[in-house]
Design a protein around this ligand. Structure first.
Ligand code: PEP
Ligand code: MG
Length: 582
């Protein structure tokens, strides 16, 4: 029995067998061959290419007939690339003439091809270099005798399995979830990476940031995972296994008891109405709204519609999807425009992370959309068309300057004009709000509030950018602190800006879902919280047990407190009795 620990995601307990994927960067050996080894090396290379091809054909065969057509296209593109002479023939010349080993020969030629794609101006074509990477990686894996990390090669049914790997992208998380994965463990990752957020919202227990600890885990090892405190027990004995089964059961019962609150309105003891909304990533999350008693959607991360596909969805497909969401939800639906870039790199979204050395500070979200109206406009059109069906709000992510906001608003007006001219039915009265998640926007929130109809505080990014900590870098996770005085002051500034301008202010970052901060935020004047549905009832229980006027003074005093230990004590004071039942 061995214990490992990392950063826990979610609150569940998972028990399952390990399935270890080698997702680390491959070490490519370089050496010169003796003359008599050349022929064998050429054969080794050709065999590896042939096995890679067989692997791709097997994937093609296994695609269910009802899959979207892009699924085939995606694999076909890889098959074609495998036949490209740069990948399948030129390395043979290097093996023959320079007597370099197969891995190195392949890598050098692939680097040339990748550099060629890098030089292409069109971002969509440029992003095709990711396909080159994947195809080359497939051949390298065959050469090096590693497991190919393509998720489509995994057994369809992952129920009962814990995926253990170097890193998982948000897109892979969706795929693995669809295959029933019980939990996942990664070397990399932090608590507010998009993968972690997605894991919480899909109820997948996970532990991230395990570093080298994942190396202790072998295929088929029995694992017990306690996501709440990030601990893993490898090879538990019977007593430990039983203890965790009991805790799993207790957790289920606790969740069941909270469900009794789902129909109750979130009103504090002193009669303040609090809006509790849900964050969703995919239309399938909608089924979680009613059981959680969500009053609407406070954040719809539309970029997930662009993932796991080779082409971005067109206007009509987006229209259908937004209609589906609006038809299902009776309350407000806050549709956030595309927030692609940073850790959400997707083929279908025309992003290209490797181009930017520092993607979190790069062409992301509204920056990308303003740079590529051809990507942004179909989304705007689809939203305004779908908005005739329900209570839609539109929300612009990652605003950092007023001129950016002006450009976005001009595109909104232009879209209205175009739709009107074409005689297409649309709703021109959709409220437009902005995410305040960049310190520059928080500091000038009063100015943004004059031009917008609501604000929403994105604490995941606001904390990342205020404290200069990359949200996906596990090395700096320890600095992530929602109670940092500068973060709290910015949050308060935004709440006040909204109050003075008479517009609603919501919070949709992970801080809104953490019961430790609910009372503090209520005391600072926040009245709308949006979070993954799984946290909503616990926060509601807390709201029902809170008397806001009793905590306003301490909450405001906390803003003046620069000693972090004292500040933590003040927050603890606010939270005493939070467990009392309704
Ligand atoms: C945030 O930054 O707090 C937020 C809600 O947006 P995302 O996590 O999608 O960046
Ligand atoms: Mg954000």
């Amino acid at each position: 029995m061995l214990s490992l620990s990392g950063t826990g995601i979610g609150r569940g307990i998972a028990i399952g067998r390990a399935i270890v994927l080698d997702h680390s960067h491959r070490q490519i050996p370089e050496f010169t061959l003796s003359e008599d080894a050349v022929e064998d090396e050429v054969k080794r290379f050709r065999d590896a290419v042939a096995r890679a091809r067989t692997g791709l054909l097997r994937i093609l065969d296994s695609i269910p007939p009802d899959s979207p057509p892009e699924t085939h296209a995606f694999v076909d593109v890889h098959l074609q690339m495998l036949d490209d002479p740069v990948i399948s023939e030129q390395p043979v010349e290097s093996i023959n003439h320079e007597r370099k080993n197969a891995e190195w020969s392949l890598k050098t030629h692939a680097d040339t091809l990748i550099a060629f794609f890098d030089g292409i101006e069109d971002p969509y074509l440029r992003s095709k270099k990711n396909d080159v990477h994947q195809v080359v990686d497939r051949v390298l894996a065959e050469l090096l005798g590693h497991t190919v990390t393509d998720l489509s090669r995994l057994d369809d049914d992952l129920a009962g399995y814990v995926v253990v790997t170097h890193d998982i992208t948000p897109a892979d998380t969706v795929t693995l979830h669809q295959r029933g994965m019980t939990a996942f463990l990664t070397s990399l990752g932090g608590p507010i990476s998009h993968t972690s957020i997605l894991a919480r919202s899909l109820h997948i227990p996970a532990v991230v940031g395990l570093h080298d600890a994942v190396r202790y885990i072998r295929n088929d090892d029995l694992l017990v995972i306690d996501a709440a405190n990030g601990s893993i027990i490898l090879g538990p004995d019977d007593a430990v296994l039983q203890e965790f089964r009991d805790r799993q059961q207790a957790h289920r019962e606790e969740i069941a008891s909270l469900t009794l609150l789902h129909h109750q309105q979130a009103i504090t003891q002193d009669g303040i109405q609090v809006a509790l909304l849900a964050n969703i990533e995919l239309p399938e999350d909608l089924k979680l709204l009613a059981p959680a008693g969500a009053e609407g959607v406070g954040l719809y991360r539309t970029e997930f519609l662009f993932m796991n596909r080779s082409q971005p969805p067109g206007e009509d497909e987006q229209f259908e999807t937004y209609c589906q969401v609006l038809d299902t939800v009776s309350g407000p639906v806050t549709i956030r425009t595309l927030d692609l870039g940073a850790d959400k790199q997707v083929d279908g979204g025309r992003t290209d992370g490797e181009r930017s050395i520092n993607p979190a500070l790069g062409l992301r979200a509204i920056r990308l959309c303003l740079n590529e109206p051809a990507l942004f406009k179909p989304q705007l059109r689809a939203i305004f068309r779908a908005a005739t069906r329900g209570n839609a709000r539109i929300m612009i992510p990652m605003l950092s300057s007023l001129s950016e906001l002006d450009q976005a608003l001009e595109l909104v007006r232009e879209t209205h004009r175009e739709l009107a001219k074409e005689g297409v039915e649309f709703n021109p009265h959709v409220p437009v709000g902005g995410m305040i998640e960049v310190p520059a926007a928080a500091i000038s929130a009063d100015l943004f509030a004059r031009k917008l109809q609501f604000l929403s505080i994105g604490t995941n990014d606001l904390i990342q950018y205020t404290l200069a900590i990359d949200r996906i870098d596990d090395e700096v996770n320890y600095l992530y602190d929602p109670l940092h005085p500068s973060v709290l002051r910015l949050i308060y500034r935004v709440i006040e800006a909204g109050r003075s301008a008479g517009i609603p202010v919501s919070m949709c970052g992970e801080m809104a879902a953490d019961p430790e901060f609910t009372r503090l935020l209520l005391g600072l004047g926040l009245r709308e919280f949006s979070m993954e549905a799984s946290s909503l009832l616990q926060i509601k229980q807390l709201v029902l047990n809170t008397t806001v006027c009793d905590l306003e003074k301490t909450a405001k005093d906390a803003l003046q407190c620069l000693e972090q230990d004292r500040l933590r004590n003040m927050v603890e004071q606010l939270n005493i009795d939070k467990v009392s039942t309704v």
